[in-house]
Each structure stands twice: as structure tokens, then as C-alpha cells.
Design a protein around this ligand. Structure first.
Ligand code: ADP
Ligand code: GLC
Length: 513
């Protein structure tokens, strides 16, 4: 056992906290609720759209904790990346986290967001204060010390769970997300803690694999390095550690929860996940989208619109065409808004472009990622000037305008744990054309709110593209489908009640909350 969890605090190291805050009981965010009854959840994440995101996890981490505040005292824990420490929000230092093994001591900061969410920040400039994404440098190369950076995150979560005497707040449960925070559940187990943890897998393909020589530095006991522990084909796997030691595992759609128990989608962890499923400890809970995804009120759009009036949608389409340098057209406009990676089937989307253009369609693409895909897209734009527009990079406002202006979203993902873009698109009246897998299968109704195909092949994708073009030609069918897509309920409240059920079980309660 090690002593790092629950390490007593050095009181002198706590600065910037006023006395009232020290003496106050844990604050509930729910006015009028009984403080004792409100369970405390620490939501541990490596990205949050308030500050920085590389994909959907950032959006989920910004929305889900806020939605859960109806029922719980939820606070967020995030590394102090430069995007966090240089944001407008004031950061007060509220505690000191002790060093352990090769992981440095550091301070814990606190941000109170304008809407009252408490966000704890790990202030460790040596690990986090860098120019780049949460995971790598500007060229997309992983940081060389990601094991230390995210072990520090997991350890901080476990230290909070162990109790930081002067903090005045101690979580009853940790909610971990993906490999970067997974090690927290292992640190809890190795310290003999009884605090439960829930691990949400947003993407099984990213596992956080590191060399076994790193075990002592990270504080991983030798006897945990075995097949029923954290070992994965000779490497240390952060994600496997999370799946082994968390009280409950969730993933972000029901279909993906089943898929990951099969060799095809299980990324080598399907055996362990099958065991969890058999034990009733693997649950699929679909993500939601937040209220800002309403084309009547979204301030980023120059032309608001609703499912009862398409004038605004047409004006948005014209703006997107102008913005991407496309020719004036009344043909269908297809959009791709995506991380440019193999998972997303961007290569299939590229191959389908020739057919789309021959059918009188146009294509706009934004995103960044693998160099070979970025280059292929730039070549595509040069080959079809006026019909294909490409912007390498990512800007939230532009993404929203593309969802609002396009008729169809191309999302031929090879696998998709949940996917948010297809829900954003539907809310903005853009019909997704997607592979029937994971969350895409759970959020798109074929021929009603979008178009699904089965095989991850060009022929199958083109079959769906032809059906979409046919629907476009019949204005009536197009508008009926758009209305069906726009009036769906993808709100977070539904997902929040799913998590309440899982938390309740992990906390040993029969009823949720
Ligand atoms: P994933 O998380 O696998 O990328 P999702 O569909 O769940 O897929 O989430 C995508 C989210 O990330 C959307 O908000 C989308 O607009 C945004 N996004 C897409 N491409 C990028 C990018 N290159 N950088 C940052 N965010 C992106
Ligand atoms: C991952 C998945 C995506 C999911 C997102 C948020 O990035 O690839 O499908 O929507 O996480 O859960």
C-alpha cells in the first residue's frame, strides 16, 4: 500500500482561501436541497470546451456535469493546461497535492465558472503549461511525458477522494473519462480506498499504452502488471487499469456498449468487457447535446430559422458557399465536420466526392488531423474549384454555420462510440449520411431523419448518397425529413438520469441519487 492517497495537507501551503470558505460546509449547487443528501461527484476529464477541446469529450465534459447539478454536487477536475490558466477566469489556490513516486507535488486551483460550476485545476506548469493540444504539440505529435501528465491527473483525483483536510469538500464518487483519467480507479484500489468510481469510455481505440519500465515512476505495483491487472500485450495500459478497477464502466451509446464486447470493435479488450457486461457492470448511456443547438436562437448564425420556415436555412447555405468560395448553386450541399482520422472514414468521403459533384452537389469540409488526409483534401479542393471547399483547422462558429447551411452531413465513420456531430447536424436541419454503427445507429432513423448504410465501403456509402440526392429532388420528402430531424429530443436530461442510475448502484443505493 502506499501513503499518497489521503496524504495530510501542509496547511501553510494553502493560500488565497478566505476563512468563510474554510469553515463553510460543502456547498450544494442545488438551492433548497438537503446538503447531507446531496452526493458529491468529482468529474475528472482531460478536456472541457469551456477551455479546450480536441473532440466530443470536451463538449460532453462541459455539458454533462452541468446537467447533473440538478441532482448532485458535481465538480470538475482538469489539468492546468495553458488554455485553462490563461483564460479570463480567476484561479484561487486551494490546496497542495503531495508528490508520490515520480509524480511531482503541485497546487490545486479552483475556478468558479460564471454559471456557478466549481472546476478544480491541477497547477503543474512543468507538465501542462505548453503550446499545443491536451495530448500533443502543434504538429499532432504526442507529448513525450503523457504517462506522467495523466498519471498526475489520476493521482490528483485519488488524492481528492482520499480527503484533503483543508479543502472542505470530498467526493463520494469519481466519474472518470477515457484513458487519461483511468488510473485514478487503480490508485484508489491500491490504497485500499472504498470510494467508488465510474469510468466512461468515449473511445476504446485510445488506450494510453506505455512501457513497463515506467511502472515505478508511476507508482504501479509490480504485482498489478499481469493479465488480470494493467498489463496489455507487454505494455502498461491506462484504460485497462480503469476497466479493471472501476466500480462500473459506461460507454456513450447502447450499440457501442454491445459492439465493444466483440473482437471486431473490442480493440483487444473485448474479453474483459464481455466479463463486465456479464456482471452487469457495463452500461451504454447515449450522450446528449446542449440547448445552444437551436437554430432559432443560436447567436452564431446570421440567419436564424426553424422547422417551419426554410428561408433562413437557404440564406445560411448561400453564406457557406460564399465563405468557401463555391459557385452559386441550388444543388445539394454536403458537409464534413470532423477530426481527420481513419475512424471517421474521411477517405471514403473523399472518394465519394466525384459522384456527388457529378450529381450536381457541392462539398465543404473542415477539420484537422492526419497529414495524409489533410493533403488529400487540399488536392480535392484544387481538382474541383467552385464545387469543393476545404478549411484545414477548426473553428466552432464556422462548424455551426456549416451544420446550419448544409443539406447533408457526411459521416461514414468506421466506428463511432456516440458521435455528436450527427446530432448537431440534425438539430440544424442537415440530414446525416452515416454508417449504421455505435451512436450513429442509435440517433439516426434511416429514411426518416437521415440515411444509414451498413458496410464501410465506397459502394455502400454511394448507395446512401444516391438516396439522399433523390430525397433532395423531392422538396416535400426533404422538408418532411428535415422537420423530423429537427424536432428530435437529444437533450442531456435523458442521459443524466442514466448516470444517476449508475451512480446510485456504485454508491450502494438501490434508488438513483
Ligand atoms: P469525436 O469526439 O470522435 O471527434 P463527436 O462527433 O463526438 O466526434 O464530436 C465532435 C466534436 O468536435 C464536435 O463538436 C465537432 O464540431 C468538434 N470537432 C470536429 N473536428 C474538430 C477538430 N479538428 N478540433 C476540435 N474539435 C473538432
Ligand atoms: C469520442 C467518440 C465520439 C463521442 C465522443 C464523446 O471522441 O469518438 O463518438 O461522441 O467521444 O463521447
Amino acid at each position: 500500500m502506499n501513503a499518497m492517497v489521503g496524504h495530510p495537507l501542509d496547511a501553510d501551503a494553502i493560500t488565497g482561501r478566505d476563512l468563510a470558505d474554510r469553515l463553510a460546509p460543502p456547498r450544494s449547487d442545488v438551492s433548497g436541497r438537503d446538503h447531507e443528501a446531496t452526493r458529491r461527484i468529482l468529474y475528472v476529464t482531460s478536456e472541457m470546451t469551456d477551455f479546450v477541446k480536441s473532440g466530443g469529450l470536451g463538449d460532453v465534459s462541459a455539458a454533462l456535469p452541468r446537467s447533473l447539478r440538478q441532482q448532485y454536487d458535481v465538480r470538475v477536475l482538469i489539468p492546468g493546461y495553458r488554455q485553462v490558466t490563461s483564460a479570463e477566469s480567476e484561479i484561487r489556490v486551494v490546496a497542495r497535492l503531495a508528490a508520490a513516486h515520480g509524480l511531482p507535488a503541485c497546487e490545486l486551483g479552483r475556478i468558479d465558472s460564471p454559471d456557478g460550476l466549481t472546476i478544480y485545476v491541477i497547477l503543474c506548469p512543468d507538465l501542462y503549461d505548453r503550446e499545443g493540444s491536451p495530448y500533443g504539440d502543434a504538429n499532432g505529435l504526442d507529448w513525450f511525458d503523457n504517462d506522467l501528465r495523466f498519471a498526475r491527473l489520476g493521482l490528483a483525483a485519488a488524492q481528492l477522494a482520499g480527503g484533503l483536510d483543508d479543502l472542505g469538500w470530498q467526493p463520494d464518487l469519481l466519474h472518470l473519462n477515457d484513458w487519461p483519467s483511468s488510473l485514478a480507479s487503480a490508485y484508489l484500489a491500491w490504497a485500499g480506498s472504498t470510494v467508488p468510481s465510474v469510468l466512461t469510455i468515449h473511445n476504446l481505440a485510445y488506450q494510453g499504452l506505455f512501457d513497463r519500465t515506467r511502472l515505478p515512476t508511476l507508482g504501479v505495483p509490480d504485482n498489478a502488471f499481469q493479465i488480470d491487472g494493467v498489463e496489455f500485450y507487454g505494455k502498461l495500459s491506462f484504460l485497462k487499469a480503469g476497466i479493471q478497477y472501476a466500480s462500473h464502466v459506461t460507454t456513450v451509446s447502447e450499440t457501442y456498449a454491445q459492439e465493444i464486447t466483440t473482437p471486431e470493435f473490442g480493440c483487444g479488450l473485448d474479453g474483459l468487457l464481455r466479463r463486465r457486461a456479464d456482471e452487469g457492470r457495463l452500461t451504454g448511456i447515449l450522450n446528449g447535446i446542449d440547448e445552444s443547438w437551436d437554430p432559432r436562437t443560436d447567436g452564431h448564425l446570421d440567419n436564424p430559422f426553424s422547422h417551419l420556415d426554410w428561408k433562413g436555412k437557404r440564406a445560411n447555405a448561400d453564406d457557406v458557399r460564399r465563405d468557401f468560395g463555391l459557385a452559386v448553386s441550388r444543388g445539394p450541399l454536403f458537409a464534413v465536420v470532423s477530426r481527420l482520422v481513419h475512424q471517421k472514414g474521411v477517405d471514403l468521403a473523399i472518394e465519394s466526392t466525384e459522384t456527388i459533384v457529378r450529381q450536381g452537389g457541392q462539398v465543404v469540409v473542415t477539420g484537422r488531423g492526419e497529414e495524409r488526409l489533410e493533403t488529400a483534401l487540399e488536392i480535392l479542393a484544387q481538382r474541383y474549384p467552385g464545387q469543393v471547399g476545404v478549411r484545414i483547422g477548426f473553428e466552432e462558429v464556422q462548424a455551426r454555420r456549416m451544420f446550419a447551411g448544409s443539406d447533408f452531413l457526411l459521416m461514414p465513420s468506421r466506428f463511432e462510440p456516440c458521435g455528436l456531430s450527427q446530432m448537431y447536424a440534425q438539430s440544424f436541419g442537415s440530414l446525416p449520411i452515416a454508417r449504421e454503427t455505435g451512436g450513429l445507429a442509435d440517433t439516426i432513423e434511416d429514411g426518416v431523419t437521415g440515411f444509414l448504410f451498413r458496410d464501410p465501403s465506397l459502394a455502400a456509402l454511394l448507395g446512401a448518397v444516391y438516396r439522399a440526392v433523390d430525397a433532395f429532388k423531392s422538396r416535400k420528402q426533404l422538408n418532411t425529413m428535415r422537420r423530423a430531424a429537427m424536432t428530435q429530443n437529444f437533450r442531456w436530461t435523458r442521459s443524466a438520469s442514466g448516470y444517476a442510475g449508475v451512480y446510485g448502484r456504485a454508491l450502494g443505493q438501490t434508488a438513483a441519487g
